[in-house]
Design a protein around this ligand. Sequence first.
Ligand code: SF4
Ligand code: SF4
Length: 373
Amino acid sequence: MKEKKKIIRNGEKPVQQYRFYVQIAFALLCVWIGVQFYLFTRFLESNGTATFYNRPPGVDGFLPISSMMSFYYFVSTGHIIRSHPAGLFIFAAIVLLSLVFGKAFCSWLCPVGFLSELIGDFGEKIFKGKIKIPKWLDYPLRSLKYLMLGFLFYAVFVLMDMVAVKAFLESPYNQVADLKMYYFFADISKASLIILASLFVLSVVIRNFWCRYLCPYGALLGLVSFLSPHKIKRNPVSCIDCGLCAKACPAKIKVDKVITVVSDECNSCLSCLDVCPVADTLDLKSIYTKKKISKVNVAISIVLIFMAVTGIGMVTGNWQNNITKQEYLVHYKMMDSYGHPTGTAAVKEFKEESNKNESLTKNKPAQYNIREK
Ligand code: SF4
Ligand code: SF4
């Protein structure tokens, strides 16, 4: 007869409530940034006659491609491009967070991740539980975000050189990328609205549809997370095989079947740790010291890492961009004519043009007016 295991109950307090508070705080911060940005656009729309409100630098966090390129340029040259400097620090904070705690940004701070979670909860209420996607569909769909990330990497790291990266970052298109993004939503087209509505419906039916299948940022963080020394570890000796951890996992990871969770889909939400009924059975541990990290310490560290890195940007004077009011007013009138290279041929052409311009205007900052094609 199989001997019954002696169970020592897990007395550690759940951390999901704290995670919810952090998500709410971060979402409110994003709403506040949105309100400030709206007031800033009112000034531009009035041709400079309305009250001027400073553009909130935090909006740079919503420009992941520009931020990634800015980070790449900084790492390669040691220089910070002044178009969206806050984006560089926000990107660095998110990457560092992923290096330390895996994809924690997605489940603790990302406003889209938070929204996705709320829509998923709503969907589960309607359908009375989680809807399972068969593996034959799940795997190819999961690869979509990597395809998008792969194309982005190819365009930036292979097709472009540092001259082209700098030219893009200093281009009028990139300078007003935040305004373009704002008007994408403020003046939303029928087609975009249909796409957003479809994503909403899909997220109701399939939990985290956007994050799991389409977000290239999440794909990047998933790859970085493999380097994180902190992993969720299951103790098979004390585990009672109740399966609660796997049931609670929003990423559908079979936590109850592995010793160490190594997955690009794990977003460090710690839900599995919260539901495990047995003490010292499921923990977040350092793979080097084998020491357990308490859930509260994880929560505090996530917030502190993000605040520390973005704080460095603020105290070193690399937070606000250097675009003047007058320049914004000019850009505002012309921004419909600004575009970016799309497709490999256009990126190659852009690189050649940037290098030509660079050799012509050695000491002057190049001004590229990329026309929509
Ligand atoms: S394995 Fe645990 S921490 Fe990772 S996503 Fe699943 S529930 Fe969250
Ligand atoms: S929740 Fe998971 S790790 Fe904890 S006892 Fe149940 S199966 Fe084992």
